[in-house]
Design a protein around this ligand. Structure first.
Ligand code: SF4
Length: 154
């Protein structure tokens, strides 16, 4: 698994300061893909060592989000479990381009999960017509936080 770049972001996971890791090799093939460069096999190797380097280079983050990685959900789970073991105060999130059936085996390693492919006519997560869903993963189950992306500033 490879990643193209990283960015500290504030909106992708509500209430968290998140290190978003943009993973390449996306196999989902959404028509109208907004990040077609992520479908290519490009970038640097993402493994426990490089992940640890990214985390320690970004002090102050409260969450790590894997943006993509649908080619190997089990590997995303192993990286998320690594974060939990080595950086216990940092939460874990996965932005999957597939549906919940694909993500379910990974949920035990996550605090947040976004599921659903990009459908151009329905819009992205911050559009109230979106097909995508964002959940907080709790010990009691999934809590749908998607509408937190729809708040407008008046
Ligand atoms: S999941 Fe994202 S990167 Fe992958 S094809 Fe869909 S829009 Fe593009």
């Amino acid at each position: 698994m490879k990643y193209v770049d990283t960015k500290v972001v504030f909106r992708e996971v509500p209430d968290e300061i998140t290190l978003a890791i943009n993973i390449s090799g996306c196999p989902v093939n959404c028509p109208g893909c907004h990040s077609s460069y992520l479908t290519q096999d490009i970038g640097e190797i993402l493994d426990e060592s490089s992940l640890n380097g990214l985390i320690t280079a970004n002090p102050g983050i409260t969450c790590v989000s894997f943006m993509g990685g649908d080619a190997d959900p089990a590997y995303i789970r192993s990286l998320a479990l690594y974060v939990r073991r080595q950086h216990q105060k940092i939460k874990t999130c996965w932005y999957s381009g597939r549906n919940m059936e694909n993500a379910r085996p990974v949920l035990d390693a996550l605090d947040f999960i976004k599921v659903g492919p990009f459908v151009e006519e329905l819009g992205p997560l911050d559009c109230s017509t979106t097909n995508q869903r964002f959940y907080r993963v709790t010990e009691h189950g999934l809590v749908d936080w998607t509408d937190r992306f729809w708040k407008t500033i008046l």
